[in-house]
Design a protein around this ligand. Sequence first.
Ligand code: F6R
Length: 240
Amino acid sequence: MKIVEVNDYQELSKVAAKVVIDLIKAKPNCTLGLATGSSPIGLYQNLIAAYNKKEISFKDIKTYNLDEYCNLDINHSQSYYTFMHENLFNHVDIKEENIHIPVGNGSDLNKLCDEYNELLHKASIDLQVLGIGGNGHIGFNEPGTSFDQETFIVKLTEKTREDNKRFFNSIDEVPTSAITMGIKNIMQAKTILLVASGKSKAEAVKALIKGGVTETFPASVLKNHKDVIVIVDKEAASLL
Ligand code: F6R
């Protein structure tokens, strides 16, 4: 695991974006695994800026997102579908058919999981972008999830719902379940880029870097991967 410490969120976003931009320049038809949440927003803004400067194009890029809420219309303001379009896809030349986001809204959720998992089996993700939850989750793989888990429906913990309630009007509106890539899917990416910023991530970053590999702290699995870059800012690194 390569740890890169930077000053603040702005620098983190720039350094993380450079990793993605360099990959796109080297392999214009690469496949990216993408995350939502606050952590990668600055990274996406830098990608949009690079696109606007004609440094990179997304016309041959395929993307696979980590997760999506269940039972939330994809056009809801807080769906991950909406998030990705507002924060990246609407601003670059990616083709809609090359965008893959799990579908969490339907009568047969298990079938939706199988379908997304099939897509992931056929895909070969060059670079997976990750954030980290306060409890060490990656994607929506909460503590206790098996490292062998593939795409599944997860009941969200109260901690995760609490963490995400800032995006909704009240805790009651926060969905109770989500569809997520499993840890096994995430680990199949050739390179993994995890970004963590701010004091609220300091405990998780400490557990990730100093702790052992354990299913009670899902992100620790990354220590078993041969190509992981972790970019942390000073606040997130404050307990190291
Ligand atoms: C998002 C995701 C989550 C977030 C994590 C951190 O697609 O899978 O694991 O990366 O909850 O969220 P933020 O970045 O909002 O702190």
